[in-house]
Design a binder for this molecule. Structure first.
Ligand SMILES: [Zn+2]
Length: 140
């Protein structure tokens, strides 16, 4: 993409994006570029240098997008593992955690919902929890 500063014969200045410099010439030759203010077709590129989004910069953005996708995929994998191997106890989570912690005969893997405050309380009792970001497949 390339951004041009354009100027019409009535000295209106405005910006416009084109896929490349050839597109500008093409539209210009077909009289398809007009001033956004006075609609005249007498429009010129103004002397300001065009801003070009470099290929390198685009590649950099692509990489970070891929990274994010990779992280999401891993989180999703973790979520599936938990759902398969752990028992869901919902909002009873803090209660269930305590009952497992204090009753040593019980031994099961559970997961559920917990507030930040409850996490802190459990931590003060010596119960450390692992929290993972719970992401949806749909977010992709
Ligand atoms: Zn104009």
């Amino acid at each position: 993409m390339i951004k041009y500063n354009l100027k019409c014969k009535n000295k209106h200045e405005f910006e416009s994006w084109f896929s490349d410099s050839k597109e500008f010439e093409k539209l210009k030759s077909k009289n398809m570029i007009e001033c956004i203010f006075c609609k005249t077709k007498s429009v010129k590129k103004s002397i300001m240098s065009p801003k070009i989004v470099s290929k390198k910069q685009r590649e950099k953005e692509n990489i970070s997008l891929q990274e994010i996708k990779k992280i999401k995929k891993n989180l999703l994998k973790m979520r599936k593992f938990v759902e398969k191997n752990f028992e869901y106890v919902g909002d009873n989570f803090p209660y269930e955690v305590r009952s497992i912690y204090y009753d040593k005969r019980k031994n099961k893997n559970i997961y559920g919902n917990i507030t930040e405050e409850e996490t802190k309380e459990l931590s003060e009792e010596g119960i450390e929890l692992t929290t993972i970001p719970w992401i949806n497949n749909k977010d992709n």
